[in-house]
Design a protein around this ligand. Structure first.
Ligand code: XBP
Ligand code: MG
Length: 236
């Protein structure tokens, strides 16, 4: 089937946001709440095994601060910490904290000009997407599947399935663009051909099953994506 749409992951794919964006925002929320949690760059790499900020905090607490989780108000505290983290993250982005990765802007414009439909499938909170992308790029996306839109975050296929349903498209007419193994698993489980462009934290991960693994999106054209989409369909 001909390629009709591209579905983009956000964190790591559109911008390398984890180490110098999400991580300091979590740490600022912990400090503001008077907690002694601090996630250094190595520890944060391990915590990325779990997608979703609230889920990541619960995962950390399970291992490093079980008494936190045993308290009756643990869930409320995680929600409050997450709201504070989102505020810090959005603030950091509004100060121009994180640039988009090479080739992203050109590919989005070229794909749109070529008549491809565009969507987002991410684990992050919707406000974080709007804060990262300038309005002229945000306006290119027809659907934004983000955060708690679905119950199960990546590597579950749910967010991709939600986007496909919203766009009334079969997986065979779309390609996913991802940066991580969890993201690749989610997209493949939804039946999507997937191109991976690893970022700082994900370079050593297992990308078996990807149509291509690229250092960046610079030079990637809609025509090339169309070729990969057809090869995925014919090899299925
Ligand atoms: C990235 C994530 C997110 C962010 C934090 O997912 O795993 O959890 O690290 O976002 P993706 P929130 O690469 O699919 O965009 O704190 O807003 O959950
Ligand atoms: Mg990602």
């Amino acid at each position: 089937m001909t390629l009709q749409a591209l579905i983009f992951d956000v964190d790591g794919t559109l911008a390398d946001t984890e180490r110098d964006g999400h991580r300091p925002a979590f740490n600022a929320a912990f400090a503001e709440a008077g907690m002694d949690w601090h996630w250094d760059a190595d520890l944060y790499g391990e915590l990325l095994a779990v997608t979703g900020g609230k889920e990541r905090m619960a995962f950390y607490a399970e291992r490093h601060d079980p008494t936190f989780l045993a308290a009756a108000d643990a869930e409320t505290r995680i929600r409050a910490l997450h709201a504070a983290k989102t505020r810090h993250y959005v603030d950091l982005l509004s100060r121009g904290g994180i640039p988009l990765r090479p080739g992203v802007v050109a590919l989005l414009h070229a794909a749109h000009a070529a008549g491809l439909r565009l969507a987002i499938a991410t684990t992050t909170t919707p406000e974080n997407v709007t804060a990262l992308l300038p309005p002229e790029l945000m306006g290119l996306f027809e659907k934004v599947g983000a955060g708690d839109t679905v119950a199960n975050k990546k590597p579950a296929p749910d967010i991709y399935q939600w986007v496909l349903q919203e766009m009334h498209l079969p997986a065979s007419a779309c390609l996913a663009i991802e940066d991580s193994e969890n993201g690749l698993k989610a997209a493949l489980s939804a039946g999507l051909g997937t191109v991976v462009t690893p970022c700082g934290y994900t370079r050593e991960q297992d990308f078996r099953g990807a149509l291509a693994v690229l250092p960046h999106l610079d030079g990637v054209s809609p025509g090339l994506l169309e070729v990969w989409c057809s090869s995925y369909a014919s090899n299925k």
